[in-house]
Design a protein around this ligand. Structure first.
Ligand code: FAD
Length: 298
């Protein structure tokens, strides 16, 4: 809807750029949503995601078309792709935009800090580059009356594929997913090591929950990235989040603030997680968790 609104204000049509053969079948759905033209970007290397190569393809389309604006979804991929496009075109890019008022520059509203605040800003540049905040825009139909389709083959060298998806690993079956768990036991730097998570795993198993961690924990390789809670990880909304040895930095907080109740265990009573939690235990998690587990087992 935002693309249609911006295109109308600029007095141009909406062109959809579809990257790779997997996206090509979407052409059939586009006319219902106000798209006038589709460019299917095709390349032998586009069988899976490759941010630099995709960005270079978008840049080549932009150079051929001189669009007023380029928009993408504000997902991890959309933001990454557009950041590469912006760097290549030496233009500004605004991520997670919710509103646009078109003028010489665009007056925009965008979501910042993992959804904790809105920012009003101005976006300048010959081509306005932006991503749209997920789940904010209504998806509404507006038939365009037909879509013309053309294929574009970008010229890309091997270097553009340095970063690409080479394999996919399915999550362990039977494991409760973090996003859906009714109870999450989270661990931070205070856990001290990968081995230290054994107690968190034990507690989560006893209570039928999942284990998550802070970014420190995933950066240090104590847990896989899929276990990260936060702005750049999973957003959780359990009935109870037990946060062990986690300070409660804003980037972690935005990922766990949807929890109905939070129990924090921390040696520092002044840690933000302790002051924001519903329940707080001041103590060493290596003592508190075994005591809690022993009590539950009884
Ligand atoms: C762009 C960006 C995105 C980010 N995204 C995320 C994200 O998605 N998720 C995320 O978590 N972080 C994210 N971060 C990092 C974030 O800013 C913090 O650095 C991180 O959350 C801190 O992790 P922590 O709480 O484990 O570590 P620390 O901040 O070091 O806190 C450790 C806590 O453990 C306590 N402690 C120590 N020993 C014990 C013990 N024995 N018993 C009990 N408590 C103990 C300490 O008192 C302290 O409060 C992001 C940062 C940036 C810049």
């Amino acid at each position: 809807m935002l693309a249609r609104q911006v295109a109308a204000a600029e007095g141009v049509g909406v062109t959809a750029v579809l990257i790779g053969d997997l996206a090509a079948p979407l052409v059939d759905n586009l006319a219902a949503y106000g798209v006038n033209q589709a460019i299917v970007v095709s390349h032998t290397g586009f069988d899976d995601y490759a941010p630099e190569a995709w960005a270079e393809a978008v840049v080549q389309v932009a150079q051929a078309r001189a669009p007023k604006a380029i928009m993408a979804t504000g997902t991890d991929r959309g933001n990454e792709l557009m950041a590469h496009v912006a760097a290549r075109l030496n233009l500004a890019m605004a991520a997670n935009v919710t509103q646009v008022k078109v003028g010489e520059s665009y007056e925009i509203m965008r979501v910042r800090w993992g959804g904790s605040l809105f920012e009003e800003a101005r976006l300048h540049g010959e081509i306005k580059l932006l991503t749209v905040a997920p789940l904010v825009q209504e998806v509404s139909e507006a038939p365009s009356g037909g879509v013309t389709v053309e294929t574009f083959t970008p010229e890309l060298d091997e270097k553009a594929f340095r970063v690409r998806v080479t394999a996919r690993e399915a999550p362990e079956t039977g494991k409760i997913s973090l996003a859906e768990a009714r109870l999450v036991v989270g661990g931070g730097r205070g856990v001290g090591s990968a081995e230290g998570f054994a107690k968190l795993d034990e507690l989560a198993n006893l209570l039928g929950g999942a284990v998550g961690g802070s970014r420190v924990v995933t950066n240090l390789g104590w847990r896989p990235h899929a276990d990260q809670v936060g702005q750049t990880g999973t957003r959780i909304a359990p009935d109870l989040y037990i946060a062990c040895g986690i300070s409660g930095a804003i980037q972690h907080w935005v990922g766990c603030k949807g929890s109905k109740k939070i129990l924090a265990i921390n040696t520092d009573p002044e840690a933000p997680m302790m002051t924001k939690a519903d329940y707080a235990v001041v103590g060493d998690l290596h003592e508190v968790l075994p005591a809690l587990i022993a009590e539950l087992k009884q």
